[in-house]
Design a protein around this ligand. Structure first.
Ligand SMILES: Nc1nc2c(ncn2[C@@H]2O[C@H](COP(=O)(O)OP(=O)(O)O)[C@@H](O)[C@H]2O)c(=O)[nH]1
Ligand SMILES: [Mg+2]
Length: 314
């Protein structure tokens, strides 16, 4: 039996193995993903982003528990920004999520950001697809961000949740353009701290400056205390409302189109690059080109054109 067949028949360990293969870029993972793809598209994908320490992982843990109470199976993909050598945050998240360790309805996977080209967003999408095919009803993707990862998560998720903490007023100003665009809903976590109301008010005011057409989704601002499990039910309800809005408004089709395009184009880019770069690395021409650039006898622009033309004529 192939890994994908085992996964479809409910083998959790096969899923874990395939995810490792995806991480390690093992070629056989491609055929497993091919076989799983027709079984995907059913899960509700939630992206959670925000600055480090905002309480995202704590929220994910509580949201996971809330969905479990509703009888939903939950997959979690935690994208860890720390160096794979320190592993610190991964360990912390593992300990926190330990209460779900014996629950067959929860599957948690941490991915380290390695920074190879397109690698992270692609393997996140792949891992989310595996969880989807496993029959997870909800897949939560946690990422730190103000950056590229954040943009990528939006392309992956149906609903994107931005987590802030009290006293971030200035930061909100600094990053508002980015965050206001990506959030379908905003959470001011650590509402037990001073200034939570004010941060929520400021956020709401900034959001009100956006222009909305009739029937548009207007991102709400919620307050939570993830640590004490306060506000989580309302948060889950609001995420569900957004999902319903996506379906009822037809917006979900546009979103899927965008997701599909992003996944396909990332795959294409990665494979083309790997193929061409691999060939010129092996046959020594990459070294030649780089030498030529050092002495300024060759420019990179025409080198790229030459390599590409050769490929198209092949
Ligand atoms: N005071 C307070 N602390 C919280 C709350 N939620 C999470 N924390 C703490 O904030 C710290 C960072 O949380 P974590 O979930 O790891 O944040 P992440 O980096 O965004 O994933 C931890 O020590 C949590 O226990 C909250 O509602 N109130
Ligand atoms: Mg975290």
């Amino acid at each position: 039996m192939s890994l994908s067949q085992s996964i479809l028949s409910g083998d959790i360990r096969a899923a874990a193995r395939l995810m490792r293969n995806i991480d390690d870029n093992i070629p056989s993972s491609r055929s497993d993903l091919q076989e799983l793809f027709p079984h995907t598209g059913k899960a509700f994908l939630i992206g959670i982003t925000g600055p480090p320490g905002a309480g995202k992982s704590t929220l994910v843990d509580q949201v996971t528990a809330a969905y479990r109470k509703r009888g939903k199976r939950v997959g979690v993909v935690a994208i860890d920004p720390t160096s794979p050598f320190t592993g610190g945050a991964i360990l912390g998240d593992r300990i926190r999520m330990n209460r779900h360790a014996n629950d067959e309805g929860v599957f948690i996977r941490s991915l380290a950001t390695r920074g190879h080209m397109g690698g992270l967003s692609r393997s996140t999408a792949d891992v989310a697809n595996v969880m989807d095919a496993m029959g997870m009803d909800v897949v939560i993707i946690e990422t730190v961000g103000v950056g590229q990862d954040e943009v990528d998560i939006v392309r992956l998720a149906h609903t994107t949740l931005v987590v802030m903490v009290p006293g971030m007023g200035d930061d909100i100003q600094a990053i508002k353009a980015g965050i206001l665009e990506i959030g379908d809903l905003f959470v001011v976590n650590k509402a037990d701290r001073d200034g939570a109301d004010r941060t929520a008010r400021e956020l709401s005011m900034m959001l009100e400056m956006n222009r909305y057409a009739e029937g548009d989704w207007r991102p709400p601002v919620l307050m939570t205390e993830a640590q004490r499990n306060v506000g989580i039910e309302e948060l889950v309800e609001t995420m569900e409302s957004h999902h319903h809005w996506l379906v009822n408004s037809g917006e979900i089709h546009r979103l899927h189109e965008e997701k599909n395009r992003a996944l396909f184009q990332t795959l294409l880019k990665e494979r083309l690059f790997a193929e061409v770069n691999g060939r010129i690395s092996d046959d020594g021409r990459l070294a030649e080109i780089l030498d030529g650039m050092l002495t300024r006898k060759q420019d990179p622009y025409s080198s790229v054109e030459r390599i590409l033309a050769e490929r198209l004529n092949a």
